[in-house]
Every structure is written in structure tokens, then in C-alpha cells.
Design a protein around this ligand. Structure first.
Ligand SMILES: Nc1ncnc2c1ncn2[C@@H]1O[C@H](COP(=O)(O)OP(=O)(O)OP(=O)(O)O)[C@@H](O)[C@H]1O
Ligand SMILES: [Mg+2]
Length: 260
């Protein structure tokens, strides 16, 4: 399958740490890639590079055939200007561990704000779309609520609806269920399952190994700044070649709730 997301030899230093050390990875259109790996491996940093929140020091990321965060002029590559960067970010949805909803806005405003401000949608169009998305995440009755009136699982479902409101062509999730009480994890995973079934291309950083096994087309395991294993879940999770991946997976499978 032709790669929709192609990550080629990406290096990234943060402070004095070399965090990404030549990352190669890809996702086909409509595929779900689950990214696993121990704390500090560089998973969040990679997502931030894919979303152009950070630039790569070396290497390149393409999404839908377009280079992220960099443009070529006269044979040399340059960091894009802020306008071009925010246009790229608008097409890539990101969902974080801690929901990051705007506390002073209702659920409906949280969802319509960016489409109206960034995409120039009219209120009527943005609200109609927001209500469709609220139905999709099962929270139609909450459009007038404020984030603090919602459970963590509900807030995360709103955060997903808010990301989808921008009509992204790629969705990135950074441990979307890590901050949730165990009994609220299922409802969020259910929404992500629905998105996968709808054909959305997704890269999901998760510690939920069982979920990855079930939903992923490809699993990537990152260790110390490189992708140590990449392939179908049945192969990577059952028969990892890399000893560091074997030891990570045996710990993750033994004590899933203990992962950070
Ligand atoms: N601003 C920073 N300055 C220096 N080092 C940083 C900075 N941010 C992150 N790092 C380092 O980069 C490495 C990778 O961090 P990253 O957050 O990408 O890991 P992760 O795989 O997402 O881990 P976790 O599972 O804990 O979320 C870590 O060693 C971290 O200490
Ligand atoms: Mg992280």
C-alpha cells in the first residue's frame, strides 16, 4: 500500500538529549498504526513532529505527499512560516492525554471555535457539524455543559469531536486513555474503534496493548529513539525479534495498569 504518512530518517534533539535517532515509519491511507514503547522512548516527540508542533533536525515527514513543516526553495529546505505551519496543523487532528478543553467554553463552543476561527466556517455550518459529531461520540445532550461538569471519559470524547470538527485527514492520539479511571477507558476506545471503522488514518500512542492488538493494522514499538519493531500486530506482539521489545512487552502485558 502507498504510504499516506511517511517518516524518513527523522532525528530530533531536545536540550542535550538526542530523542529521535533516525525514525522510519509509515502508515497507509485508512490504516491505524499503534505506537508503543517505554516511557522516554520519544513517542510524544515523534507525534509533535508529525503535527509540525516541532521541527525535525534531520529527515523528513510527508503526509498525503506533502512535506511537513519544511518547504523546498531553489534546492534547499527551509522551515515554513507560521501561516503555512498552522494551515498544515489544521489538517492533522491531535488528542492529548489531558483533554485540553477550553474550561470557559461550553461543549458546543469548544467544538465550533476552531472551525469558525481557522476555517472560516459560519456559525450555522460549524454548529450543524458539531451536533453531528456530538451524536457520533454519544454526547448530544451535553452541548450546553462546561468541561468541569463532565467525566474524564466524556471530556476525552468531546476532545475527539473537537479534533474531528476540523475535518482532519490524519488523527494523532497521545495516550488518550492514560489519564482516565479504568471504568471510563472503554467508552473512549469505543469512539476510536468507530473512527477506525470509518476509514480515518490514525497514529495512536497507547499503553493499551490489548487494544493495539485488536485495532491496529500496524504496530510500531519505539525504544530509545528508534522504531525497534514494526509490522502487523500478530507478528510484532507475538514474536518480537528485538530483545528490548520483548522485555517491554512482557512488562506491559503483565501489568498494563502500572504503565505510566
Ligand atoms: N523540553 C525537553 N528538553 C530536554 N529533553 C526533553 C524535553 N522534552 C522531552 N525530553 C526528553 O526526550 C525524551 C523523550 O520524551 P518523550 O516525551 O517523547 O517520550 P515518550 O516516549 O512520549 O514517553 P512517555 O511514555 O513517558 O510519554 C525523554 O528522555 C525526555 O526526557
Ligand atoms: Mg509521551
Amino acid at each position: 500500500m502507498e504510504a499516506f504518512v511517511r517518516i524518513t530518517e527523522v532525528w530530533k534533539t531536545r536540550g542535550r538529549n538526542v530523542v529521535l535517532k533516525g525514525v522510519d515509519m509509515e502508515a497507509g491511507k485508512g490504516q491505524v498504526v499503534c505506537l508503543l514503547g517505554p516511557s522516554g522512548a520519544g513517542k510524544s516527540t515523534l507525534l509533535r513532529c508529525i503535527n509540525a508542533l516541532e521541527s525535525c533536525d534531520k529527515g523528513i515527514i510527508h503526509v498525503d505527499g506533502v512535506a511537513i513543516g519544511a518547504e523546498e526553495k531553489g534546492g534547499a529546505w527551509y522551515r515554513m512560516g507560521e501561516r503555512a505551519l498552522s494551515a498544515q496543523r489544521a489538517e492533522i487532528g491531535m488528542v492529548f492525554q489531558n483533554f485540553n478543553l477550553f474550561p470557559h467554553m461550553t461543549v458546543l463552543r469548544n467544538i465550533t471555535d476552531a472551525p469558525m476561527r481557522v476555517r472560516g466556517e459560519t456559525r450555522a455550518v460549524a454548529e450543524a457539524h458539531a451536533r453531528e459529531l456530538l451524536a457520533r461520540v454519544g454526547l448530544s445532550e451535553k452541548e450546553g455543559a462546561y468541561p468541569k461538569q463532565l467525566s474524564g471519559g466524556q471530556q476525552q470524547r468531546i476532545a475527539i469531536a473537537r479534533a474531528l470538527a476540523m475535518r482532519p485527514k490524519l488523527m494523532l492520539f497521545d495516550e488518550p486513555t492514560s489519564a482516565l479511571d479504568p471504568h471510563l477507558v472503554g467508552e473512549v476506545l469505543e469512539v476510536i474503534r468507530g473512527l477506525a471503522a470509518s476509514g480515518m488514518t490514525m497514529i495512536i500512542v497507547t499503553h493499551e496493548v490489548q487494544f493495539a492488538r485488536e485495532i491496529a493494522d500496524r504496530v510500531a514499538v519505539m525504544v530509545d529513539g528508534v522504531i525497534a519493531e514494526y509490522g502487523p500486530p500478530g507478528e510484532v506482539l507475538a514474536r518480537p525479534n528485538d530483545p528490548r521489545v520483548r522485555s517491554f512487552l512482557s512488562r506491559a502485558l503483565r501489568e498494563p495498569e502500572m504503565q505510566p
